[in-house]
Design a binder for this molecule. Structure first.
Ligand code: NDP
Length: 256
């Protein structure tokens, strides 16, 4: 039984990009704390499979397959949630992609795709969620997923870095406008986590060695290690925490 400060019973959480990886782990954590969760992704089959896995554990799960970069699809998805009587109390803007290429070789469509998936999506989905929270006068929680690149750059991931830096500032912009409506917008900045997005890096001995030597904890993070931070930022325990980005990175940003 969770401590009441962290109890999410009666709340509904939409986690974008939750068919796998960190989004799935966050959705599972919120469900374990009592929330009904709405899973999202673009691959409907993968989504259905992930929803079934959570339902098998006894959790209340809905699915909403839509592309977070498509304004019309986002607005249609929220209309369908409205029609189904699902009011979103907690939104986790997690969907994201990576693309590794030197800046001088990068095309505009590639740049646009990464910015749109990792940053513009948080505006589009956040806007729909916040409009409803404000209208209902219910308040709410918005958690944007940043990255170590919200603070520091690395070669070959420029659009991702620009987008994640943008996530930090979008979180503050949301705070500036929505905190007075009882909406707490905060962000999580995960360090290097073992997910599909990082498969190639995990299998690269040089990169794997670099992560382990550069991270004070000397290891990659596990997706389930975001659980506590996600529950905290989604719950009443963080009701006066606004506009922050909390790094869950094994200490990487703390050291040179
Ligand atoms: P994965 O590649 O494992 O999963 C990505 C998820 O996003 C999938 O569910 C995918 O859906 C979904 N997605 C991608 N594009 C869209 C779209 N246009 N519309 C809807 N859903 C979409 O990624 P991770 O779990 O590793 O990363 C999740 C988030 O965490 C990202 O924002 C990432 O930048 C961030 N992050 C990850 C770190 C890591 O080390 N892994 C570190 C720091 C931040 P589908 O299954 O349908 O393709």
């Amino acid at each position: 039984m969770p401590h009441s400060l962290f109890d999410l019973a009666g709340r509904t959480a939409l986690v974008t990009g939750s068919s796998r990886g960190l989004g799935y782990a966050i959705a599972e954590a919120l469900a374990q704390a009592g929330a009904r969760v709405v899973l999202n992704g673009v691959d409907a089959q993968r989504l259905a499979h992930s929803a079934e896995a959570l339902r098998a554990k006894g959790h209340g799960v809905e699915v909403a397959a839509f592309d977070v970069t498509d304004e019309a699809a986002v607005s249609d998805a929220f209309a369908r949630l409205d029609a189904a009587g699902l009011a979103i109390d907690i939104l986790v803007n997690n969907a994201g992609i990576q693309l590794r290429k030197p800046l001088v070789e990068l095309s505009l469509p590639e740049w646009d795709k990464v910015l749109r998936t990792n940053l513009t999506s948080a505006f589009l989905v956040g806007r729909e969620a916040a409009r409803r929270m404000i209208e209902r006068k219910s308040g709410g929680k918005i958690i944007n997923i940043g990255s170590l690149t919200s603070e520091a750059a690395r070669a070959t991931v420029a659009p991702y870095t620009a987008a994640k830096g943008g996530i930090k500032m979008l979180t503050r912009a949301m705070t500036a406008e929505w905190a007075e409506h009882g909406i707490q917008a905060n962000a999580i900045g995960p360090g290097y986590m073992a997910t599909e997005m990082n498969t190639a890096l995990l299998q690269n001995p040089a990169f794997d060695g670099w992560v382990k030597s550069r991270t004070p904890a000397r290891r990659w993070g596990r997706p389930d290690e975001l659980a506590g931070t996600a529950i905290y930022l989604a719950s009443s325990a963080s009701d006066y925490v606004n506009g922050q980005i909390l790094y869950v990175d094994g200490g990487m940003l703390a050291v040179l």
